[in-house]
Design a protein around this ligand. Structure first.
Ligand SMILES: Nc1nc2c(ncn2[C@@H]2O[C@H](COP(=O)(O)OP(=O)(O)O)[C@@H](O)[C@H]2O)c(=O)[nH]1
Ligand SMILES: [Mg+2]
Length: 242
């Protein structure tokens, strides 16, 4: 990853982190999963995105409050023929970014199938963030925000709309999931030391555990550019934040 893509956030260059979290990116082929991830990692739209073959891996370290979190990101192919391969990567994921295309109703209708697979195979405490991608194509919209928001509430997942083209809200789903996972750790419902939790302690957290018995974290801030992330809404605890 190009190091100079980040405006001065030197902490992202360090390999020390408090937590390592595994995420999967799932949803229908063409919904924009690879573009969303690319924008999150490289801060740019991915031109000429090709169908993902099987699974592709990338990572980025983010900061939430005082915590540094390394995200391991597994981008999966949405095509049926790769389903058995991609499903094997779901195991032990702590977070799932579930993507549909707001201009493609079928990608929304098929969400139940993607969610069921993820819940069946990933960590039992899986945190899911639903992303309605391509929000820049408002005039071609086939799925209303309110309908998706309702679906999200019924299925107990977080929800927002984003555009991998403009960059609007591309960081939000990743940070939102990390925040929810951190809250689960803090409340004791998720144990990073348990196999299959999808989270593990980094060196930094272990040092802190040794010196104090409690891991605590404050509200988080986005360290990078633009007002696209509406963090205040999350801090106040709302599930939907778009
Ligand atoms: N207008 C617009 N097009 C997008 C957006 N995200 C992805 N695309 C386009 O949608 C197509 C599929 O994107 P891709 O990331 O490969 O989808 P995936 O199969 O879910 O990984 C590509 O032609 C992208 O250029 C977006 O936010 N806005
Ligand atoms: Mg792809």
């Amino acid at each position: 990853m190009p190091l100079n893509d980040y405006d001065g956030d030197a902490t992202e260059l360090l390999e020390t982190y408090d937590f390592l979290m595994k995420y999967i990116i799932v949803g229908e082929a063409g919904a924009g999963k690879s573009c969303l991830l690319h924008h999150f990692i490289h801060n740019a739209f991915k031109e000429h995105s090709q169908h993902t073959i099987g699974v592709e891996f990338s990572s980025r370290t983010v900061r939430l409050g005082e915590k540094r979190i390394k995200l391991q990101l597994w981008d999966t192919a949405g095509q049926e023929r790769f389903r058995s391969v991609t499903r094997s990567y779901y195991r032990g994921a702590a977070g799932a970014i579930l993507v549909y295309d707001i201009t493609n109703r079928q990608s929304f209708i098929n969400l139940s199938k993607w969610l069921a697979d993820a819940r069946a195979l990933a960590s039992p405490q899986l945190v899911v963030v639903l992303v309605g991608n391509k929000s820049d194509r408002e005039e071609e919209r086939e799925v209303e925000w309110a309908e998706a928001s309702r679906w999200a509430a019924e299925n107990d997942v977080h929800f927002l709309e984003a555009s991998s083209l403009t960059g609007d809200n591309v960081e939000a789903p990743f940070l939102l999931a990390a925040r929810a996972i951190l809250l689960a750790i803090e409340s004791g419902t998720l144990d990073p030391e348990k196999a299959g939790s999808g989270v593990s302690y980094g060196d930094r957290a272990l040092r802190r555990v040794n010196s104090s018995s409690r891991l605590s974290f404050g509200s988080f801030t986005a360290s990078r550019r633009r007002g696209s992330i509406r963090l205040k809404n999350w801090i106040s605890g709302g599930k939907c934040c778009s």
